[in-house]
Design a protein around this ligand. Structure first.
Ligand code: SAM
Ligand code: SF4
Length: 337
């Protein structure tokens, strides 16, 4: 079924009645870290010629905002290591109709870039931080320096973002014992924190994902030994389920693809660094937007039509299974977490 652009007005709605108003854009699959749940130690990256250019990325972002998308997250790979990335933030930050420009980073470049990001219009920023112990941090990221990320987080605090959130992927026997310390750290810094269940994306050659699985419910139980968690209906437009800790500024979120499937309320799509529009993180249904723009240079209507048509193939949900081999061979860094 082809949806005619003019008939749809400015809204993207899929076959299940879900409105898509949020796009995550991976601007590179490269990274200065090699987190054990995200990548294998030796990675082959996409050749630079196959990446979307900054201009192509802006054009696609514009098409989405003209179709009613209000929130764009710039991610990767590590978005802040892409050359001239601040220009992309500035150009996307200026698009009319966009309510929120946000980003997810490992924090390694923030001492240099936090102020520029804020000035470019980034409102909220997520910083990934899985451990406060330098050795464990190094073990999980394989190469990362904890101190540089903590300094980056402080630079982000100084830059006055509207919200800062820590993202922590929790793995059994690697960092599960740190969940309370991570929450204490977030309270101390007056920021939010989300705990994420590991998803089976790509071959990582590190641990057995089923063995490392540590559920959101287990984390919550651990936290409730030290904190009161009050359930809230607050949302930041993503898949986190939030709790408040009384008398603090901190919200604790849980992203639980295994234990509490969030597909029913899915409002997002993802653009890979090669321009593949993925309709679901855990499925392969996609449309090649790079082909659409390169075959029709400057034709905004063709691009918007391709995006509208993609709604017809957005799947109902993911089918992650930790016991079988990863069904999705693509790493999170390509997809854009
Ligand atoms: N490099 C940036 C960073 O680490 O924040 C942005 C990209 S990273 C792919 C985005 C988020 O995905 C991070 O919070 C990371 O912890 C998370 N992530 C990566 N691989 C994952 C996996 N297999 N399962 C769950 N979360 C994952
Ligand atoms: Fe890099 Fe982020 Fe993946 Fe870690 S999670 S390897 S920082 S892209």
């Amino acid at each position: 079924m082809t949806t005619k652009l003019k008939e749809t007005g400015a809204t993207l709605v899929d076959r299940f009645g879900r409105t898509v108003n949020y796009v995550r854009i991976s601007v590179t699959d490269r990274c200065d870290f090699r987190c054990v749940y995200c990548m294998s130690e030796k990675m082959e990256f996409v050749p630079r010629a196959r990446l979307l250019t900054l201009e192509e990325l802006t054009q696609i972002a514009q098409a989405f905002t003209e179709l009613g998308v209000e929130k764009i997250r710039i991610t990767g790979g590590e978005p802040l290591i892409r050359r001239n990335i601040i220009k992309l933030f500035r150009d996307i930050g200026r698009l009319s109709g966009l309510q929120e420009l946000v980003t997810t980073t490992n924090g390694s470049q923030l001492t240099k870039m936090a102020a520029d990001l804020r000035e470019a219009g980034v409102k909220r920023i997520n910083v990934s931080l899985d451990s406060l112990d330098a050795e464990k941090f190094r073990r999980i990221t394989r190469v990362g320096e904890l101190d540089s990320v903590l300094a980056g987080l402080d630079a982000a605090l100084a830059a006055n973002f509207e919200k800062i959130k820590i993202n922590s992927v929790i793995l059994k026997n690697q960092n599960h014992e740190e969940v309370s310390d991570l929450v204490r750290f977030a309270i101390d810094k007056q920021i939010d924190i989300s705990f994420i269940e590991e998803m089976p994306l790509g071959v990582i050659g590190d641990h057995d994902r089923a063995e490392a699985y540590y559920s959101s419910d287990q984390i919550r139980e651990d936290l409730e030994k030290s904190f009161t968690l009050l359930s809230t209906t607050e949302t930041t437009g993503g898949p986190s389920k939030y709790f408040r800790i009384p008398d603090t500024e901190t919200r604790v979120g849980f992203i639980s693809p295994h234990s509490h499937n969030f597909c029913e309320h899915c409002n997002r799509v993802r653009l890979t660094c090669e321009g593949r529009l993925l309709l679901c993180l855990g499925q392969e249904h996609s449309v090649d937007l790079r082909h659409v723009i390169r075959a029709n240079p400057g034709d905004m209507d063709k691009l918007k039509q391709a995006i509208c048509d993609s709604m017809a193939i957005k799947p109902e949900g993911h089918e992650f299974n930790l016991v079988t081999k990863p069904v999705i061979m693509r790493h999170m860094s390509v997809t854009g977490g």
